[in-house]
Design a protein around this ligand. Structure first.
Ligand code: SER
Length: 317
């Protein structure tokens, strides 16, 4: 019998793409999606799906026992902008759920994947080609939970031998599910508005360069790091991961190549300060060296594909 996988945060932005990818690889019945509130898509219901709150240890343990889970992908998180509006909730959800997952991984001998982020860095971090090992002094609650979480993961690996692996994702761009409450979300909203309204008002300055990645690359990285032999995973906090870096102005110019009448204006809000505290580009050579990471999508290719896929989804012209 194939070993069972649990994806926590299945209805979220990453989960909506990761669950189908894992099911294609391991079989629908072997990948259990877990959501907390949001209604799952038809696609997510093609295999087992359960509602539970990862911050509720008993509920989580019951699911792990029910399906005899051997691997957990823990994706559920309150993102940066929402976390600033409700820091209490960000701490409770992000830290509470991770602690439960790690404790249960120790008890039930499960392998774990957990999501960190470029938000683990802060204003005192070198912003260009940010190294793997560098200053980690984030100024958002989201970032605080990511640095704390990274250290907790490493602690459970060193102290209890939990095989936990993690990636510091850049801003992720995808068409299946909308993200909720992130600072890099503008790079998704811009596609919807360009197709539907031919104009977009961006909440970041036009020159706010941030590290970004198209979702198929992120899914590939996630599956690759989990399939690598444990001996190759030299970093047990979280790996830097990069693909492309661009500013709102650069992505707007790329969209305009496909939709010439598209106009983008810039009205920065509180999220500008968050963006200003993050790196512009990331050095991910450790991931490339240790487990063979390689991205595929450029800004040009991603833009073309996003517009095609979203047009189909929205039925837009
Ligand atoms: N995309 C996330 C955010 O903007 C960063 O991890 O919050």
């Amino acid at each position: 019998m194939a070993e069972k996988i649990l994806v926590i945060g299945a209805t979220g932005q990453i989960g909506s793409d990761l669950v189908p990818a894992l099911r294609a690889k391991f079989g629908n019945e072997n990948v259990v999606g877990m959501g907390s509130k949001a209604k799952p898509s038809e696609e997510l219901l093609q295999g087992p799906f359960e509602f539970a709150d990862a911050a509720d240890r008993n509920a989580l343990e019951a699911l792990i026992k029910k399906y005899e889970i051997k691997t957990v992908y823990h994706l559920a998180s309150i993102l940066s902008a929402k976390g600033e509006q409700d820091p209490e909730l960000a701490w409770k959800v992000n830290m509470g759920s991770l602690k439960n997952v790690l404790d249960l991984a120790r008890e039930y001998k499960m392998k774990v994947f957990w999501t960190s982020s470029i938000a683990a860095f802060g204003p005192t971090t070198p912003r260009d080609n940010t190294p793997q090992r560098t200053v980690l002094e984030p100024t958002t609650m989201y970032g605080v939970t990511k640095v704390s979480g990274e250290l907790l993961c490493q602690y459970y690996f060193l102290k209890h031998g939990v095989d936990v692996r993690s990636l510091r994702y850049p801003g992720l761009i995808s068409y299946k599910a909308l993200p909720g409450g992130g600072t890099t979300d503008y790079a998704i909203a811009i596609f919807y508005e360009a197709l539907q309204k031919k104009q977009y008002t961006c909440f970041l300055r036009e020159d706010s360069t941030l590290p970004m990645m198209y979702m198929p690359d992120a899914i590939k990285a996630t599956i690759n790091i989990m399939e690598a032999p444990a001996s190759k995973i030299a970093i047990r906090t979280s790996y830097n991961l990069a693909a492309v870096s661009f500013s709102p102005k650069e992505i707007a110019a790329e969209v305009k190549k496909h939709i010439p009448e598209f106009q983008c204006t810039y009205v920065p809000d509180f999220r500008q300060k968050i963006a200003d505290s993050w790196p512009k580009s990331i050095d991910d050579s450790a991931a490339r060296r240790d487990w063979g990471w390689k991205h595929e999508y450029t800004l040009e290719r991603m833009t073309k594909e996003m517009l095609e896929k979203l047009s189909e989804k929205l039925g837009a012209k």
